[in-house]
Design a protein. Structure first.
Length: 367
């Protein structure tokens, strides 16, 4: 199969972790007989520095002409003083809208080798396997009007949360379809005691649930969900929620399982999916070779699964990551006191070697 990908390294640690993910993808392509075709473009702060646009037209065109997009990270404090439409994050929001990527999937899994990395007790976090389904094109991040008006010292800021029934229904069906293949539980998170958007959300999700009689639906306010996520993370299966709540809860889930550096994501629903680690650009550690590339590498696994339906190849990457962690490799965010951390490139190379060992026809090492 031809794997035609657009690579957007982005800002901060994005280029470092994306490089390792591409090396892993190349190893998988070689092992399974696929052809990897890549084109690299700019986005975010890197694009602003080059052409004063966080999402240049040629980047959009390259993404639309590819089969999938692998994104590193977007954001830099160097652009904090820019107007809203020229901030790096504006490029990311526009990319999602241009590609119609309305469903953001963020798995949070406690890997057995990393139970001691969670701030929670091992017996609480053990077995955690959550899929957060976040609506990605609505809510406060996209609603209008939005503004800051008035004289200095007396300004007023406005953001608007808006959701229509079709947008709620389509993301709800993504969550229910995933739950059917998992443990058949959907928790819809909202703030229906305060927000009209959440009341409509709850009504539409409840209506959709009637088409999935084998799936158990429950509802929870976002504040209660945040508390329960820490108290009993193993109880969660699929979490369905709107844009901002999903953004916050998925980062919290990263803390529960040990590190944001482990979390991958898939933004799907349109003609071209976007795959990126959850951790952000982390400018404070950029260029130091200490970033955790596993979120980007696991995002590459999601890319193979959702954009190309290559389940064996995706599983190979995930098994390789588990194997490397089982053997004790730890980047700085995962290393315990006294442990020598594994660099970004060495962690990536170890995953590449593990992929080669797991590839069809490879000779297995004897125990």
């Amino acid at each position: 199969m031809l794997l035609n990908l657009c690579i957007l390294p982005g800002d901060g640690i994005g280029p470092e972790v994306t490089e390792q993910a591409v090396l892993v993808l190349q190893a998988v392509a070689d092992a399974f007989g696929h052809q990897l075709q890549l084109q690299k473009k700019t986005i975010g702060g890197a694009a602003l520095s080059a052409v004063n646009d966080p999402l240049p037209a040629d980047t959009i065109q390259a993404c639309l002409s590819s089969s999938a997009v692998l994104l590193g990270a977007v954001g830099s404090p160097a652009f904090d003083h820019y107007p809203n439409h020229l901030r790096p994050e504006a490029g990311l929001l526009r990319l999602r809208r241009e590609l119609g990527a309305y469903a953001n999937l963020r798995p949070a899994i406690c890997l057995p080798a990393l139970e001691d990395c969670s701030p929670l007790r091992a017996d609480l976090v053990r077995g955690t396997d959550i899929m957060i389904v976040r609506e990605l094109l609505g809510g406060l991040y996209f609603g209008a009007p939005r503004s800051i008006v008035g004289e200095s010292g007396n300004r007023v800021a406005t953001n608007t949360m808006t959701y229509g029934e079709p947008a709620i229904e389509r993301i709800a069906r993504v969550a229910f379809d995933l739950a059917v293949k998992r443990r058949k539980k959907v928790l819809s998170v909202d703030k229906a005691n305060v927000l009209e958007c959440s009341r409509l959300w709850r009504e539409v999700v409840t209506r959709c649930a009637k088409d999935y009689p084998g799936v158990q639906l429950s509802h929870m306010y976002v504040d209660s969900a945040a508390m329960s996520l820490v108290q009993r993370p193993r109880d969660f299966d699929v979490i369905l929620t709107e844009n901002m709540f999903g953004d916050i809860l998925s980062d919290q889930a990263g803390g529960v399982v040990g590190s944001l550096g482990l979390l991958a994501s898939a933004s799907i629903g349109g003609p071209v999916g976007v795959y990126e680690p959850v951790h952000g650009s982390a400018p404070d550690i950029a260029g130091k070779g200490v970033a955790n590339p596993l979120g980007a590498i696991l995002s590459a696994a999601l890319l193979l699964r959702h954009s190309f339906q290559l389940e064996r190849e995706a599983g190979c990457i995930e098994e390789a990551v588990n194997g490397v962690l089982d053997r004790g490799a730890r980047t700085a965010d995962l290393a315990r006191r006294g442990e020598a951390p594994t660099s970004t490139s060495v962690m990536g190379q170890q995953v590449v070697e593990a992929v080669k060992e797991l590839a069809p026809g490879a000779k297995r090492k004897s125990a």
